[in-house]
Design a binder for this molecule. Structure first.
Ligand SMILES: [Zn+2]
Length: 269
């Protein structure tokens, strides 16, 4: 398991390092997928690097390192997208890799103060990036997203989204807007994306979704009216399905897969 306390000081030889090159998690060809490195291996293979503190992985101080893509040797290293590791590696290890990925991206994207333009540096015990000039503190940004299954009797509403991974039908989802509750976001998204009203919104569970920094908040909602009308922009197709008539579905590693499975099981009970 990963503890979120921030290790202080530079890494020691046996400390744990999550290695990325841009979007890809970098593994050693001889190690199991998603395994972190030791700091002495990183230094030997890639040289001394800047590190981002991540926490403690199995009681060992853990850091993240971002490589230039040309440092990756295709004969010795395996680049894997974080998404491809979901469900293939242990959940706790995936969470740790996801946290490392998000912290690296956050540091890469916030090297300068958004208010005065000065250089930032780690502050607040490694949890934030502080501006030395105006003292603005910036913390890693999470984007709350609602993801919800609309039910109508024994049927569930599934939709094909208009983005590159959508080879399957899934639940609806959308970002929570400033000033909005999760329930209001669900009502708005249901109407905008497929033209239906919903009621009786019930919380299910949540999932950290580091692609690149969402917190997915899962809900069930009941159909309450309206004609199914995909917006043609975010949603290409949408329809009502039941347990005997299902399209290709998202994997059970995602909260959408879990919502669908749970929603159908409840209906059959
Ligand atoms: Zn500043």
């Amino acid at each position: 398991m990963l503890s979120f306390d921030s290790p202080s000081g530079p890494p020691g030889p046996e400390d744990v390092v999550f290695v990325f090159a841009g979007q890809d998690c970098i593994g050693d060809l001889m190690a199991s997928p998603g395994s972190p490195w030791r700091w002495n291996e990183v230094v030997r293979v890639f040289g001394e690097r800047d590190v981002v503190p991540v926490g403690y992985w199995q009681q060992q101080p853990a850091f993240a390192v971002d490589l230039e893509p040309e440092k990756v040797d295709p004969l010795r290293h395996i680049p894997s997208s974080l998404y491809s590791l979901l469900g293939r590696i242990d959940d706790a290890l995936f969470s740790a890799q996801g946290r490392a990925f998000q912290l690296l991206k956050w540091q890469r994207d916030h090297q300068f103060c958004g208010r005065c333009g000065s250089k930032t540096e780690l502050g607040d015990s490694g949890r934030g990036l502080a501006c030395a000039r105006c003292e603005l503190m910036q913390y890693p940004r999470l984007a709350p997203c609602v993801i919800f299954l609309i039910q109508r009797g024994e049927q569930i509403l599934l939709a094909q989204a208009n983005h590159r991974r959508a080879t399957f039908y899934s639940t609806l989802a959308g970002f929570v807007e400033p000033g909005e509750s999760a329930e209001q976001a669900i009502e708005r998204e249901a109407y905008e994306e497929v033209g239906v009203q919903v009621s009786d919104i019930q919380y299910f569970r949540s999932q950290a979704w580091p692609f690149p920094g969402q917190l997915m908040l899962g809900f069930f909602a009941q159909y309450a009216g309206g004609e199914l009308r995909p917006d043609g922009d975010e949603i290409l197709e949408a329809g009502w399905f039941d347990a005997h008539n299902l399209p290709p579905l998202p994997p059970m590693t995602s909260i959408s897969g879990q919502l669908i499975s749970h929603g159908l099981v409840n209906d059959q009970a």
